[in-house]
Design a protein around this ligand. Structure first.
Ligand code: MLT
Length: 217
């Protein structure tokens, strides 16, 4: 699952900074209920609505908030508008990996090593297409093809690859051009675009299994 702005980028950053695990929720209510079970002291409530921290939550959905100081050793109950919903919707999959520009190479490596068919799910925005997610899918396809030149791509994968090639020299501009990127800048979160445009900053492979996201071994 790819949600460059910003759920995937926040999840990768949180795990890189020592979060114990992340429990993606489809709604704010679901996150509150699950956090009560985890218990005070261990749980952090994170997430956004319209890009802004949910009232009463500990953290929003900016990767810049997921510092080691904030998340180390904690269980994060996360409810974002599209990203965590998309992840939760894949609970029937054998395994779901969470990808973004920050960790795209190690995800490509993981997927190629498994030698299985892969579906890439772009979270998008409220059911609509997102430029940044599709371009990141294209980068993932590109990196997979570099490792496995004989992989078989469908038309959507070819299209994603072409889009990525168009923007690969300036991912920051890609994020600034995208609809959600423009919205985040309008609400004062332009710094997040710089954070989310970095490629391969982390070697973390988040895997969603049994309702929780942890680091894949
Ligand atoms: C989402 O899940 O819709 C996003 O990550 C929204 C955001 O926080 O920018």
């Amino acid at each position: 699952v790819i949600d460059v702005l910003r759920a995937s980028s926040s999840i990768v950053t949180a795990l890189a900074n020592g979060a114990r695990e992340i429990v993606p929720a489809s709604s704010v209510q679901q996150a509150l209920k699950a956090a009560r079970k985890t218990g005070k002291g261990k749980a952090l409530l994170c997430g956004e609505r319209q890009g802004l921290r949910v009232r009463g939550f500990d953290l929003g959905n900016s990767p810049l908030e997921f510092t080691a100081k904030a998340v180390k050793g904690k269980v994060l109950h996360m409810a974002s508008t599209n990203g965590t919903k998309a992840i939760a919707a894949t609970s029937a999959a054998i395994k779901t990996y969470i990808a973004c520009f920050l960790n795209v190479d190690c995800i490509a490596q993981k997927l190629c090593s498994q030698r299985k068919g892969v579906s890439i799910l772009c979270a998008g925005k409220e059911g609509l297409f997102s430029l940044e997610d599709f371009a990141c899918a294209g980068m993932l396809v590109f990196r997979m093809e570099c490792r496995e030149p004989r992989i078989c791509l469908n038309d959507a994968a070819h299209a994603a690859y072409s889009l990525y090639k168009e923007w690969c020299l300036d991912l920051r501009r890609l994020l600034e051009t995208s609809g959600h990127g423009q919205y985040l800048r309008e609400i004062g979160m332009g710094e997040d675009l710089i954070a989310c445009a970095q490629t391969n900053r982390y070697t973390v492979v988040p895997v969603f299994q049994n309702g929780r996201i942890g680091k894949a071994r």
